[in-house]
Design a protein around this ligand. Structure first.
Ligand code: NDP
Length: 410
């Protein structure tokens, strides 16, 4: 038992907390630390409401400023945690990673580090921050698993599974469709600041052996997905395009995010009016406001969407390549249900798909299977134990190819 420290108390942390509690017999003591301790306490209360702890044990909340590396080290030492699941905002990755290296404990996160002063990080994403600590992790024998949510995360493992089925990969198209409905006139599924940041900058993809640039919503394509049917998705920049293109430089690596016309219309209006700007403006009354903060304040709190969210998500990798000189094509995917997620852990399906994988990774580290003592992206690790475990803890993987559509067991 390694004892687990969860950092952050947002939507994803809620799922991580519930799933970790369901497996506390194998993980040991659980701790959750966030800037606002009341949010961490509310998560623990929801865990107890659902009687989610598998065996009686510790689940404690702590106040923490995760940008303060020394404070993170002190909390790791105080709690005796050997595994840190960082699901705080993307601005805290590096101080938390540095703390884990210093304390000699395992680290994982679900998104790349971002500098709050920048509107958008540009490729090479992992190269900008995390991969600079590769040597330090190796020297300290620290396991650091980067981007182990769903996308990035599980979709990286899907690419690795496809690698094993082909002699050469020619293209990886990751398609993320949320066919759910939250019933609000408009809402983002995550913190609007983080959500809009993702779509205000240049879109990067890896094609013809180089980074290519487009504008957001410039390149759209209709994908025929299992369960959710035909869905329009747009080329979008995403962390995993970088790490996967580093492993498969010969392949085209693209990420597609599904958007409805309504979302695009509202987003476009907000953006063109300047309401997504982080630059303060002065009103006629002399009031200084940041437009994006005002938009965030008037939009629904994403956490409030969960109780009424219905429908499904479908996220998967369309991979094309060759085997013995013949073309091969495969789709590896997961379908998750918003209502099921809410009933189980009190969150909507998107948080669910992001929060279950890091707990699977924690279990694999605790068992020694993924405790590699080095920094790794998910595609660097054996996908079999990960996918098999996810099949049993709420995120089953399916595969669709010439042989049909079936559960993927490795
Ligand atoms: P939320 O915004 O809901 O939660 C972020 C949490 O981090 C909040 O509790 C916030 O505290 C806390 N936090 C922020 N700054 C600090 C700090 N300095 N010290 C301590 N705590 C801090 O985010 P989500 O739960 O939606 O997302 C969490 C992470 O998961 C993000 O990095 C996101 O990009 C990633 N993600 C990954 C996905 C994947 O599939 N790979 C999918 C979805 C998300 P406070 O409440 O006080 O503000």
């Amino acid at each position: 038992k390694r004892n687990v420290l969860i950092i952050g108390a947002g939507g994803v942390a809620q799922v991580v907390a519930h799933k970790a509690a369901q497996h506390n017999d194998r993980l040991g003591d659980l701790h959750i630390a966030s800037r606002t301790v009341a949010k961490a306490e509310a998560i623990i209360a929801s865990v107890h409401e659902k009687s989610a702890m598998k065996v009686p044990g510790v689940f404690a909340a702590h106040a923490l400023d995760a940008t303060d590396s020394a404070a993170v080290v002190a909390l790791i030492e105080q709690t005796g945690c050997q595994i840190v699941i960082n699901v705080g905002s993307p601005f805290v990755n590096m101080p938390v990673l540095d703390a884990c290296i210093q304390a000699g404990v395992a680290y994982m996160d679900t998104a790349i580090h971002e500098d709050p002063a920048k509107i958008c990080e540009t490729p090479p994403w992992y190269g900008n921050y995390e991969w600079k600590r590769r040597e330090a992790c190796k020297a300290a024998g620290v396991t650091a698993i980067l981007g182990v949510g769903f996308d990035p995360g599980v979709v990286n493992a899907y690419a690795r599974v496809a690698e094993g089925m082909m002699d050469k990969i020619e293209s990886i198209d990751i398609v993320d469709i949320n066919a759910g409905s939250h019933g609000k006139w408009f809402s983002t599924n995550f913190d609007p600041e983080i959500n809009f940041r993702e779509f205000t900058g240049t879109v990067y993809s890896w094609q013809n052996g180089a980074w290519q640039t487009n504008k957001m919503f410039e390149v759209g394509k209709t994908w025929d997905m299992p369960v959710v049917g035909e869905q329009k998705a747009y080329l979008t920049g995403h962390d995993e395009v970088h790490s996967l293109s580093a492993r498969y430089p010969q392949a085209d690596v693209r990420f597609w995010m599904g958007f409805g016309d309504h979302y695009i219309n509202v987003f476009t209006v907000l953006k063109n009016l300047g309401l997504l700007s982080e630059q303060p403006v002065k009103t006629a009354e002399g009031l200084e406001v940041v437009p994006l903060k005002v938009v965030k304040a008037v939009l629904p709190d994403p956490a409030s969407l969960a109780p009424n969210y219905t429908g499904k998500t479908c996220i998967g990798d369309f991979v094309k390549g060759t085997k013995d000189g013949q073309p091969v094509e495969v789709l590896i995917y997961n379908v998750a249900d918003h209502k099921d997620a809410y009933n189980e852990v009190g969150s909507q399906g998107i948080s669910y798909t992001a929060g279950v994988p890091p707990v699977a990774a924690a279990l694999l580290i605790a068992d020694g299977v993924w405790d590699v003592g080095a920094m790794a992206n998910v595609e660097d690790l054996d996908p079999a134990p990960f996918i098999n475990l996810l099949n049993t803890i709420g995120l089953p993987t399916r595969i669709k190819d010439a042989a049909g559509d079936r559960l993927l067991e490795l």
